[in-house]
Write a new protein. Structure first.
Length: 488
């Protein structure tokens, strides 16, 4: 018996659903995951003060959290929907843990779902009631890219993330195919984990060569990423987490299922990718992870399991660098399988990460680290979980000083520019049908240290296939800015 068990936060139950058949609505899948979690802790439904729905992209009722609470027979004081971001599930757990530690919350149900696979097959969304009290909205729905990036039609994650990867390839001195080969070795272990996960959308182990080699079924979408390096959102998946106190879990007779929330932290990178001084690194991941480790009072060697956010290879490598471990570390970078292989259910992948981490630690013991991110390696959350209570209770990590330094590092952004500049990040986007170059955006740095986003001039497109322009000199002109290569 520990002192003040009412203020020791635990994840007591988790539910996961993957539905390959039929055409389920997202809220129906969320309800199924929520019921699975609630059934693991009988009686705790009466303790739920807050129901949070992680932002759902698939069609949902106007007040999804309120609707879900009613369907589950819950009467929470607060029902809320989050803003966009794959960091959200871990952030919500961190917030719940802090509230429980402060004595301000008894229990919360965090649920998310996506049914994009069903949406593609279903002509009309299912009907839902529209007369419910609106959900509270938590988080900031600020656009993830700047007006300057939008002006050159640069907004899709499948196009922005390769821009960050290009800086990493250049720094490593690799051409694009050599870098793809390297990325294959980073991501292949994820497929091996997904192959054994009962809820994975693609339970298939793949070799590094399969992932890295361009083929008709594994085309290069945007340099240097093949299709098998991209998050796969067309899934029907849901997950739910029930977070409460150790005292409530003990009263319900399920304390033996408790997985303790040791510590957590949040941070953001420079918000708009174009303004980041080093496109190939993430001070935000570094700040969140280091603060979480410090708050928990542990080091990397004390961790037995990881689930590092993996929408694309870039953030995986950035997190590995922060942790100082290699892609072939025997602990693996994931317990879940990654968004390209387990499945990428919108903003809710990390709910599956946490649910899987909870199951993993119950079986193996030890401590596990989960990371999540939103937008374009922009919003970050990290959490440490364990099967024993943290010595000093839950502790939030302090990222205030690190965040100020990150914010202060943003480079000035130009809407237009006429002159030469040096490419800091680049990609080549290929047409799905004919394989030709469709666009080739760049982030470039002017001689006086300002940034500009530019698109390739029409006459340049064909010549840019297979090239990484990072480090090249270009001439920019016009509004929106376009460029021509001066020297590679």
């Amino acid at each position: 018996m520990y002192a003040d068990e009412e203020r020791i936060p635990v994840v007591i139950a988790a539910g996961q659903v993957t539905e390959r058949e039929g055409e389920p609505a997202a809220i129906e899948l969320a309800e199924r995951a929520g019921r699975i979690a609630l059934e693991q802790a009988p009686g705790l439904d009466r303790q739920v003060d807050r129901v949070t729905v992680v932002s759902i992209m698939s069609p949902v009722p106007p007040s999804p959290a309120g609707y879900l609470a009613a369907q589950l027979g819950l009467t929470p004081a607060v029902h809320e929907t989050s803003s966009v971001g794959g960091n959200t599930p871990q952030w919500m757990v961190n917030r719940a843990a802090a509230d429980i530690a402060a004595g301000a919350l008894r229990a919360t149900l965090i649920v998310g779902a996506e049914t994009q696979f069903a949406v593609r097959r279903r002509p009309e969304p299912p009907p839902h009631p529209t007369d419910r009290e609106p959900d509270t909205i938590v988080g900031e729905d600020k656009p993830g890219v700047s007006e300057q990036e939008l002006a050159i039609r640069l907004a899709l994650p499948a196009h922005v993330y390769p821009m960050l990867e290009s800086a990493r390839a250049h720094r490593a001195g690799r051409d694009l195919q050599a870098h793809r080969d390297h990325l294959g070795t980073v991501m292949a272990p994820f497929t091996e984990v997904a192959a054994k996960h009962p809820h994975a959308w693609f339970p298939e182990a793949r070799s590094a060569a399969e992932i890295a080699t361009p083929t008709s079924g594994n085309r290069i979408i945007a340099e240097p990423y093949t299709k098998l390096m991209n998050a796969f959102p067309s899934v029907n998946q849901a997950a739910a987490l029930l977070v409460t106190s150790l005292a409530a879990a003990r009263a319900a007779g399920v304390a033996d299922r408790a997985v303790f929330v040791w510590a957590g932290a949040q941070a953001t990178d420079v918000w708009y990718p174009v303004q980041r001084p080093d496109l190939g690194s993430s001070p935000g991941i570094d700040a969140a992870v280091r603060a979480t480790l410090a708050a928990a009072g542990v080091g990397v060697d004390d961790l037995s399991a990881f689930d590092l956010y993996s929408c694309f290879p870039a953030p995986v490598q950035m997190a590995l660098e922060t942790l100082g471990i290699s892609p072939d570390d025997q602990r693996r970078a994931t317990v879940t399988g990654g968004l390209p292989y387990f499945g990428g259910p919108g903003n809710n992948y990390v709910s599956h990460s946490i649910a899987t981490m909870v199951d993993t630690l119950r079986g193996s013991g030890g401590l596990g680290l989960v990371t999540g991110l939103g937008w374009y390696v922009t919003k970050h959350a990290a959490g440490i979980y364990g099967t024993t209570p943290p010595p000093e209770g839950f502790r939030p990590g302090d990222t205030v000083a690190a965040q100020q330094a990150i914010d202060d590092s943003a480079l000035p952004l130009l809407s237009s520019y006429d002159g030469e500049a040096t490419v800091a990040g680049a990609t080549v986007v290929y047409d799905k049908n004919d394989g030709g170059v469709r666009t080739a955006p760049v982030y470039a740095t002017t001689p006086d240290g300002q940034r500009v986003a530019a698109a390739a001039a029409e006459g340049q497109l064909a010549s840019l296939a297979g090239r990484n322009l990072v480090g090249a000199r270009i001439r920019i002109s016009g509004t929106p800015p376009t460029y021509e290569v001066v020297s590679a």
